[in-house]
Design a binder for this molecule. Structure first.
Ligand SMILES: [Cu+2]
Length: 419
């Protein structure tokens, strides 16, 4: 009986691992070479950056990993690149956040949590039009980190119209992208913790004029959800993913470680602006906004990387030995003061905020406070299945863990090269 079960589970594991490789076609495709130091056109650079051609797509949490939205591109008279984005805020969104049917009563940028990864190059003129749908009940805004005029800061202090966009109106934030680095963006309307916990955030990457050393790139945004699930209980790891961890003794060992709204300058939204929006109207439900206490007594029941608990346990990310990989990492967790990223079986170079071409240190854990971010670069020497997860066991058990399925022949481990 045991032998039959073992055979069956081995078959299931094989099928999961085989299919998981289909989820990440980009990760298996070598990117064309680019000689360091040579001038590079905007078009060539966008190709290297893996910019999506499907700007209106709603990526799944798995697709989010390699979904880079570089905007609608045009040039001004001086030849400067202009990148335009549209973010539509929608309330009354029902977003599945686990494999067990937990649904977040969400507010979203363009229908997903996290919102799209915005990717630009240093010096680009960036215009982000934020539309607050007619059907919404609350004002919203877009606060991007990095350098810009106060009027484009998305904060209501000072009475700037972009600090609180009323339902049915829009505002276009504009700035010159600088300096290069990785940044969060989020709504900044009070109560901020609630507007963030409901899903109004994402990642913005400003790339340097001189491209970073070329390697396959991924986006990972860390978050959590307070669903007020006192009666339902938290999420648990799906049995199929649990089996994968049990299959590898190394992994089981580690598992046990275990504003004043000024509307004068905002723009009224026309119905055509909302054509691409999923405006399913269930506004009859109680949205209970504005009753938040700022987060003091709130507790997350679910923790994730890229939006859905245990998604990369169910869909392991296929990597190759000897190949360098880069992860853009942002922590947007509310209510818990710190989060972390721990990599098994390899060390990584860490670039705090991604604002320097020299790594700060070489490690296998990085700890991030709310809004912290950075860039991770690593290479696996040996094949096998390796976990990556928060090093807070509670977060790991409640959804924030994933697997790298590393394939290929063993190679010499990379030497320490942080500096
Ligand atoms: Cu908001």
């Amino acid at each position: 009986m045991f032998g039959q079960n073992a055979y069956f589970f081995a078959l299931v594991l094989s099928i999961i691992l085989i299919f998981s490789s289909f989820n990440y076609p980009f990760l298996n495709t070598p990117v064309s070479g680019q000689t360091p130091g040579t001038p590079i056109s905007q078009e060539q650079y966008d190709k290297i950056k893996n910019c999506t051609t499907e700007l209106s797509k709603k990526p799944t949490p798995v697709e989010y990993l390699t979904y880079f939205n570089c905007g609608h591109v045009s040039k001004d008279d001086s030849g400067r690149t202009i990148r335009q984005f549209t973010l539509i805020v929608e309330e009354n969104q029902k977003i599945p956040v686990t494999y067990e049917g937990h649904i977040l009563d969400a507010w979203t940028f363009n229908g997903t949590i996290p919102g799209p990864t915005i990717r630009v190059t240093e010096g680009d003129l960036v215009r982000i039009r934020v539309i607050n749908s007619n059907e919404n009940s609350n004002p919203h805004s877009l606060h991007t980190h990095s350098i810009h005029y106060a009027k484009n800061d998305g904060v209501s202090m000072g009475g700037y119209p972009g600090g609180a966009i009323s339902p049915g109106r829009s505002f276009t934030y504009e700035f010159v992208a600088q300096p290069y680095g990785v940044y969060p963006y989020h709504c900044h309307v009070d109560p901020i913790a609630d507007h963030i916990n409901r899903g109004l955030y994402g990642m913005m990457i400003i790339d340097p004029l001189e491209p970073r050393p070329q390697m396959t790139e991924m986006a990972m945004l860390l978050n959590g959800y307070d669903l007020d699930l006192d009666l339902e209980g938290p999420t648990k790891i799906p049995p199929a993913a649990l089996f994968q961890t049990l299959e590898d003794s190394n992994m089981t060992e580690d598992m046990t470680e275990n504003e004043t709204s000024t509307e004068a300058n905002t723009t009224l939204v026309s119905s055509s602006d909302l054509e691409s929006a999923d405006t399913e109207d269930d506004s009859g439900e109680d949205e209970s906004s504005g009753e938040d206490d700022g987060g003091a007594d709130r507790v997350n029941e679910i923790y994730t990387v890229n939006g859905k608990a245990f998604d990369y346990m169910m869909n392991p990310i296929v990597l190759q030995t000897g190949k360098p990989y880069r992860i853009f990492l942002v922590n947007m967790l509310e209510f818990d003061l710190v989060n972390s990223f721990h990599l098994h079986g390899a060390m990584f170079n860490y670039y705090t905020a991604g604002t320097d071409e020299t790594a700060d240190y070489n490690t296998d854990i990085v700890t991030l406070s709310q809004g912290d971010r950075g860039i991770i670069e690593f290479t696996y020497a040996y094949p096998g299945t390796y976990m990556f997860h928060a090093h807070q066991t509670e977060f790991t058990d409640l959804g924030w863990m994933g697997l790298f399925d590393v394939r290929g022949d063993p190679v010499d481990p990379p030497l320490h090269d942080a500096t």
